[in-house]
Design a protein around this ligand. Structure first.
Ligand code: IMP
Ligand code: MG
Length: 177
């Protein structure tokens, strides 16, 4: 049977933990005393979201989730984004922070950012723990980026290959075997 093996560790659990604390600190400063609607993009965000929201202090945080799916193969994202699960709140006038596992082609986040801005949010920013700038297909940057990484397929810390390896506490590189 064909499968995927983790062949290398890109960032350790400790490195990621340190980076998430830094991101939480920045976000805490930027939204100090304000209300912040955190919107995690499922499923990949679930580990990062839970760590990040606990590193934000002095901000009135509310957490929500959306699920997007892009029509296409497992390791390649097409431009066709579909909302599988939408928000259950009105975000007009709110500060929104989209929380994502990885910014790759940018199709998913540019679609979701536009969607949420069109609903009248006061501000819409993006926080991603990983970003692969070399893979960008649309012009989009995140406001908060943990690590910029090379064009390798990575798993762990919420990221999967065919639903496997989301539970790894570190970020690893996979190869098909
Ligand atoms: P984009 O729309 O191309 O930016 O794709 C973003 C989504 O593709 C992410 O939320 C991930 O689910 C998935 N993705 C992109 N690169 C990787 C990777 O290296 N490992 C696991 N998932 C990835
Ligand atoms: Mg995925």
């Amino acid at each position: 049977m064909k499968g995927y093996n983790v062949v290398k560790i890109m960032f350790s659990e400790e490195q990621i933990e340190q980076k998430v604390a830094e991101l939480g600190e920045k976000i805490s400063q930027d939204y100090k005393g304000q209300r912040l609607i955190m919107v995690g993009i499922l499923k990949g965000c679930f580990v990062f979201m839970s760590d990040l929201c606990r590193q934000i202090h002095g901000v009135d945080v509310r957490t929500f989730f959306m699920q997007a799916s892009s029509y296409g193969a497992s390791t390649n994202t097409g431009g066709n984004v579909r909302i599988v699960q939408d928000l259950e709140i009105d975000i007009s006038g709110e500060n929104v922070l989209i929380v994502e596992d990885i910014l790759d082609s940018g199709h998913t986040l540019s679609y979701i950012r536009r969607l949420l801005a069109d609903r009248g949010a006061k501000s819409v920013k993006i926080c991603t723990i990983f970003s692969k700038p070399a893979r960008r297909k649309v012009n989009i940057d995140a406001d908060y980026v943990g690590y910029e990484i090379p064009d390798e397929f990575v798993v762990g810390y919420g990221l999967d290959v065919a639903e496997q390896y989301r539970n790894l506490p570190y970020l690893g590189v996979v190869k098909e075997v």
